[in-house]
Write a protein that binds this ligand. Structure first.
Ligand code: ADP
Ligand code: MG
Length: 509
């Protein structure tokens, strides 16, 4: 045996060799040839998931094996050794054969003894096969040669396996990098600004749109607040506010409008599962412009529809005023009586103007955190002060815990006044109106005359009224205000039994 010993084979770190695993296998096969005093040796390795083992390295021999030499699992002597995971020693080679598939080591070269050792890591599939052969004049391989070859084969198998794993890791890394790149491109061309803020409050990513809209050129690595230093002033507070909400685990949306420049944005802060936060900003100017235009057109159409109805409503009191004025002119001694009549009719006109304006005006809300029950309680108190004792009794019932709701209290007071007025007007003397507040909802229930199916279906039609001096605008104002709050209204009524109106506001119960 050569001066070379088995340890020198185990010592070779394949990863540090220039040429990687291929150079390592060549080095191993050269040393194996020397170690075993072989005339030739070869190594076949298997591509992942394949049944074919390709020539990976060879050494010695008078004629090298062709580069495309291969062994198929289960076919030929080597193929059988792989399939059975059994190393073997062959004495006196079989008659030479030209069929590489059957015997890839075969060659018209005299061989007295050879070892075929599958590369077995002990887990998973066989990753290759090692063949070492001695020519004439050398003693045949013994059991201890085979044992040594098996441990070397196990060593080589591990290296091959590691190389495969590292290759797979490299591939996965490249794949991840490509996916990241694709995602980044998608994000950059999304039309929405995106900023990722870590749990510690540091900006980790921001896309091109965010740079534009929030002025975040050099922001990555700085705090969100620092990142906003070049941002338009109108966006700074809303951006901080959605960040704070997302840090508390809430998804928050804020729309920001710059009316002087006709620009609008929508900011959304969302918590991320890893504790970070995503801030998205979208320029919604075009959408808002068309929405405002649509609102304006709808309002104009409503106003147009109503003009005829208003003329009619105004004419009655006006006729009264004109007749009274004529009476005063012709009989000045009756001026006190007719003057009073003029005042009553003029007040009706004034009330009509108020209701009309309330209805025609676009609803803009001044929201503040409020308790629904407190707002309603206040209205009932004011209302009852002006009711004669015996007339109608109004009772407030508060059920369960009261959540804080975003309300425009002035608007809700107006809503309650309209609903209470209708309920009281429908009730008989001594009747009762019950107002129940439960979570986000309030129900106003009366035991009055109720509504016919026709009245019920016209309830929200502007100027529809069954009252001699009603305007028919009260319920329209109620509906508009409730919808502006994102809430809804349900009305149940039975003729002769009474009516109940339920208001539902958005929010957690
Ligand atoms: P107005 O009170 O000026 O008539 P509203 O819009 O408030 O106008 O109401 C429209 C109509 O709906 C009323 O004229 C009445 O016929 C009917 N209505 C509203 N609320 C009630 C109620 N609680 N009970 C019976 N009818 C009602
Ligand atoms: Mg009314």
């Amino acid at each position: 045996m050569d001066a070379i010993d088995a340890w020198s084979l185990i010592d070779i770190p394949w990863a540090s060799l220039e040429g990687g695993i291929d150079a390592y296998l060549q080095c191993m096969i050269d040393r194996c040839t020397a170690l075993f005093g072989a005339s030739r040796a070869s190594l076949f390795a298997c591509a992942e998931g394949s049944q074919t083992f390709q020539l990976a390295a060879q050494s010695g021999g008078t004629k090298p094996l062709p580069g495309d030499a291969a062994i198929v699992r289960g076919i030929g002597i080597a193929g059988a050794a792989i399939a059975n995971r059994r190393p073997l020693i062959m004495e006196e080679r079989q008659p030479p054969t030209a069929n590489l598939e059957l015997d890839p080591f075969g060659e018209a070269e005299a061989i007295t003894s050879s070892m075929i050792v599958p590369l077995d890591t002990g887990v998973g599939d066989i990753v290759g096969v090692l063949n070492v052969a001695r020519g004439p004049g050398r003693s045949p391989f013994r059991e201890n040669d085979l044992r040594l070859a098996m441990s070397l084969a196990a060593h080589i198998a591990l290296a091959v396996n590691n190389a495969t794993l590292i290759g797979r890791m490299d591939f996965a890394k490249r794949d991840a990098e490509m996916s990241y790149e694709r995602l980044r491109k998608v994000l950059d061309h999304l039309g929405i600004g995106m900023v990722l803020v870590s749990r510690e409050g540091i900006i980790t990513h921001r896309n091109a749109q965010a740079s534009l809209m929030l002025g975040m050129q050099e922001a990555v690595g700085s705090t969100f607040e620092e990142g906003l230093s070049n941002c338009s002033r109108i966006l700074i507070e809303p951006a901080k506010s959605v960040l704070d909400a997302a840090n508390r685990g809430e998804i928050k949306r804020i729309s920001v409008g710059d009316r002087s420049n006709d620009r609008w944005w929508l900011l959304v802060g969302s918590p991320q599962p890893d504790g970070g936060v995503t801030i998205a900003i979208e320029d919604v100017s075009a959408f808002e412009r068309s929405r405002h235009e649509l609102e304006r057109m709808t309002r104009l159409a409503e106003i147009g529809q109503m003009t005829a109805a208003i003329a009619h409503e105004i004419r009655n009191p006006l006729t009264g005023i004109i007749s009274a004025a004529q009476m005063i002119v012709s009989s000045p001694d009756l001026s006190f009586e007719f003057g009073q009549m003029i005042e009553v009719e003029a007040k009706k006109l004034n009330a009509l103007c108020d209701e009309f304006l309330e209805f025609a005006r676009p609803v803009t809300l001044k929201l503040e955190p409020s308790y629904l029950a407190s707002v309603i309680g206040r209205v009932i108190d004011q209302f009852c002060m002006h009711l004669p004792q015996s007339q109608v009794q109004v009772e407030l019932k508060i059920e369960g815990a009261q959540p804080i709701i975003q309300l425009d209290t002035a608007k809700i007071e107006q809503v309650m006044r309209n609903l209470l007025r209708n309920a009281i007007q429908a009730s008989e003397q001594g009747g009762k109106v019950l107002v129940t507040v439960r979570g986000n909802s309030a129900t106003i229930k009366d035991g009055g005359h109720g509504m016919s199916a026709e009245t019920l279906s016209n309830l929200f039609v502007p100027f529809f009224t069954t009252k001699a001096n009603g305007t028919g605008l009260g319920m329209c104002v109620v509906k508009k205000a409730i919808q502006a709050h994102g809430g809804d209204i349900t009305v149940r009524s039975e003729l002769g039994k009474g009516t109940s109106v339920t208001l539902n506001f958005e929010g957690e119960n």
